[in-house]
Design a protein around this ligand. Structure first.
Ligand code: SAH
Length: 340
């Protein structure tokens, strides 16, 4: 087991099961997350016996930084996992702090047509420690503290639900990274049963839905998942979610030229989501060489934006980060595979 995949409760139980005092869990957490020590021998307030025990049960495997690219206000990392699989994380420097976009799976099975990540089918889920370590490695590499986490890298977080929830429990803990739940955003392509399950999660984590279309006809064309969970089911689940949690939801909407970006599409979208406590985040499409979709130009995005505004929908346009550094999900990995 990797030590970075343990919640404080896991460690407390571990010590209890070994007839030791559970407060040692807090001490270990302090060494790991406050002092950033990465071997048990340096944990000076633990007894030899405790260190020996920990050493026999836990590993410290780290991620290897294979590649690091920098553009204005953005760093992109390609990591190698201990089994040689590769994942990406993107760090963005906002005026409110550093936000890290992390991966949740190796590859992805959701099959969104516009997305580079899905060109590699899912190899496996990431384990909690592999998500935690994306944060720790980058904080160490740049000597910074990250304040916001978005689960919008490679993979579908709701196709790896339990590990993702454990990851959030770990980084949200005041004794570890203490990243506030309101500073964490999960993005899903719309796996309805998991949206329902997530309603009962006790932390105020933000939820974003990759909607990308105002109707089934368009959504079926660009997102395979819509065949399993059509748009009306997604909207119904979202309404339940908002009713139950009283939290505002985000709809992400990629602007694809000639596909989903007309004013008529905007009006239909406005109809679909009216009366929901939500906002729409329009995403300029990040073009990739392997996929034929093109981005809507600025003027087209603004027209769409205006139509939503007129219909009294809260809407923002996402700032573009790092198109020069292959910031589209999965692009860095697939370019790397081609380079070598
Ligand atoms: N699977 C999850 C999270 C990962 S994708 C989801 O679907 O939400 C994160 C976001 O990036 C999604 O909204 C996805 O549709 C979007 N995305 C994928 N490829 C993109 C690209 N080339 N340009 C812009 N956004 C992209």
């Amino acid at each position: 087991m990797n030590i970075y995949g343990q919640t404080i409760k896991d460690l407390e139980n571990y010590f209890l099961n070994n007839n030791m005092k559970p407060f040692k869990a807090k001490q270990v957490y302090e060494w790991l997350y406050q002092k950033r020590v990465n071997d048990f021998h340096s944990m000076h307030n633990l007894s030899k016996e405790t260190i020996q025990l920990l050493n026999s049960d836990y590993k410290f495997d780290k991620l290897k930084i294979l590649k690091k690219l920098k553009d204005i206000d953005v760093y992109k990392y390609l990591f190698e996992l201990s089994d040689k699989n590769k994942i990406e994380a993107v760090l963005m420097n906002h005026d409110y702090g550093f936000s890290l976009c992390i991966s949740t799976q190796v590859g992805c099975n959701m099959g969104c047509r516009f997305c580079e990540s899905g060109r590699l089918k899912k190899v496996r889920n990431l384990l909690p420690h592999e998500m935690v370590l994306q944060i720790l490695e980058i904080e160490q590499d740049l000597n910074i503290r990250i304040s916001h986490i978005v689960l919008m890298g490679i993979g579908e977080p709701f196709d790896n639900y339990d590990n993702v929830i454990k990851f959030i429990d770990i980084i949200n803990d005041p004794k570890s990274l203490a990243i506030g739940s309101r500073h964490i955003t999960i993005s899903t392509c719309g796996i309805v049963p998991k949206i329902k399950e997530f309603m009962n999660y006790d932390k105020q984590v933000n939820l974003a839905i990759s909607l990308h279309a105002p109707n089934n006809e368009i959504r079926n064309k660009i997102m395979n998942i819509n065949k399993a969970y059509p748009i009306e089911e997604v909207i119904k689940a979202v309404k339940e979610y908002v009713d139950k949690t009283h939290r505002r939801i985000t709809f992400e909407y990629i602007m694809l030229k000639g596909i989903n970006d007309s004013v008529e599409n905007a009006n239909q979208l406005a109809q679909l989501i009216r009366n929901i406590n939500c906002y729409v985040n329009l995403i300029p499409y990040n073009e990739t060489s392997h996929i034929e979709y093109k981005k809507t130009n600025k003027e087209g995005i603004l027209k769409f934006y205006d139509a939503l505004k007129k219909a009294k929908i809260n809407v923002t346009i996402r700032r573009e980060f790092g198109s020069k550094v292959s910031a589209a999900c999965g692009q860095l990995r697939s370019n790397y595979e081609e380079d070598i």
